[in-house]
Design a protein around this ligand. Structure first.
Ligand code: HAM
Length: 426
């Protein structure tokens, strides 16, 4: 039987891969402009990192982790998200002692969640994410949200909505959770099993209920904002003020709670406003002021970040009919006629490649007409034709493939000529 790929994974074939490379390059560039540096952490970590960091009551930890014992009997988990690993690394490598603070980090890499397969939901997916760890300021929160927002703008996706909420601090949330339990308890039997399980452990997650989202009790539930103290309210107001100044359009969404336990204060998501897209959440993030301490790092180090998956970014581009400007041409195809010329073409192609040109030659001594066809298939910008007479005169015919103009160029001048013709250099 033919072996197929595991459910929820995908092969990214060369044509699609070009889009990935383009997107990753743009993400690296914008990260660099915002002065974020790349961090690469392992794809697997100790299971405890996630059960402690992401939270025992979350769907991720309860249902979605790829966990196994390695040959040394250690419990290992394929990372379901990037934040816990980055914070672990921040603590382990003492990044808090670096002279530049806060540390502004980004990552691009595969994450693994055992989820129900759906368009836009995979079991292996690639997240781009950022984490700013160390100091806290509303300006940082606004910068992080603005970075996420501008990434979609950069790719031409205008139909987006930023939803934002403040989850306050743990004490404020405790009071709020008690109010929620009181609100839902008498009628919790009207909700699904997941929500019933959440009532005492993590009642805020009921607000995020997938099955009973339209239930009147969700709409009439107390609002977290009403339970925030003055400090938290002031902080949130400042974040919003900076977002206004940065031109980020947002909506406050009191029911936004996020699915991971480490969040405090600012939490946000970016949604696409397009009926064609099933899973509308493109990006999610927020502040996690307690996580460094929870993972036994220095108490006062606070963080904020977000992550988005490239899979959902690609789906958003597709649904908005946005074509990425992918280069699929090559610079030169070298056409050779006759055995001697074929040998020269191998050498010339190699020289051109080393000089920085994307070049290809024919391997099979095909007829000239066939080689020209292959040159067109490669979308070569120019072809260089080497024949017997050209060899004798030490010159090649260079054909511009878009207007069919041909010129004879001395073999010693070919690179200089291509510089002018293809790179526009003088
Ligand atoms: P998250 O909301 O679990 O947050 O995931 C962030 C984004 O990853 C989602 O908005 C979605 O675009 C994408 N994503 C999640 N699961 C899948 C999947 N199965 N298939 C495709 N895409 C998916 C986090 O992961 C946090 N670590 C974000 C963060 C960073 N918060 C602070 N810093």
């Amino acid at each position: 039987m033919v072996i197929t790929m595991p459910r929820g994974t995908q092969d990214i074939l060369p044509e699609e891969s070009k889009k990935w490379q383009y997107i990753e390059e743009k993400l690296r560039k914008i990260s660099d402009n915002f002065c974020y540096e790349e961090i690469r952490t392992p794809m697997f970590e100790s299971t405890e990192l996630f059960s402690r960091g992401v939270g025992d009551t979350t769907d991720i930890v309860q249902k979605e982790m790829y966990t196994f014992l390695d040959k040394g009997n250690r419990s290992i988990t394929l990372r379901p998200e990037g934040t816990a690993g980055v914070v672990r690394s921040y603590i382990e490598n003492k990044l808090f002692a670096k002279t530049i603070q806060p540390q502004k980090l980004y990552y691009i890499g595969p994450m693994f969640r055992y989820e129900r397969k759906q368009k836009g939901r995979y079991r292996q997916f690639v997240q781009y994410g950022v984490e700013v760890i160390g100091e806290e300021s509303p300006k940082i929160d606004a910068e992080v949200i603005s970075l996420a927002y501008n990434i979609y703008k950069m790719f031409g996706i205008e139909n987006i909505k930023v939803s934002i909420n403040s989850l306050g601090n743990p004490e404020e949330r405790k009071a709020y959770n008690e109010a929620l339990i009181k609100h839902f308890e008498p009628r919790i039997h009207e909700f699904d099993e997941d929500c019933n399980n959440r009532l005492y452990k993590n009642p805020m997650r009921i607000l995020d209920c997938k099955v009973d989202a339209e239930h009147e009790l969700i709409k009439t539930a107390p609002k977290l904002l009403e339970y925030l103290g003055e400090e938290s309210k002031k902080y949130f107001a400042q974040v919003l003020k900076h977002l206004d100044a940065l031109g980020v359009k947002y909506e406050i969404d009191h029911s936004l709670v996020r699915g991971l336990d480490y969040y405090t204060h600012t939490a946000f998501e970016i949604m696409i406003d397009n009926p064609k897209v099933e899973l509308k959440t493109l990006c999610g993030g927020g502040r996690y002021n307690g996580l460094v301490k929870l993972l036994d790092g220095p108490e006062d180090k606070k963080g904020i970040g977000f992550a988005l998956s490239i899979e959902r970014l690609l789906l958003a581009l597709e649904s908005e009919n946005i074509e990425l400007p992918i280069e699929d041409t090559i610079d030169v195809f070298v056409v050779a006629m006759g055995e001697k010329a074929a040998d020269v073409s191998v050498k010339l192609t190699n020289e051109l490649r080393i000089a920085g040109y994307k070049a290809q030659n024919d391997y099979f001594d095909k007829k000239m007409k066939v080689q020209m066809k292959i040159a067109s298939r490669y979308k070569a910008r120019v072809s260089i034709i080497i024949g017997e007479s050209e060899l004798q005169n030490n010159e090649f015919v260079v054909k511009n493939m878009s207007n069919s103009e041909q010129k004879n160029i001395k073999s010693t001048e070919i690179v200089e000529y291509l510089k002018r013709e293809l790179r526009g250099e003088k």
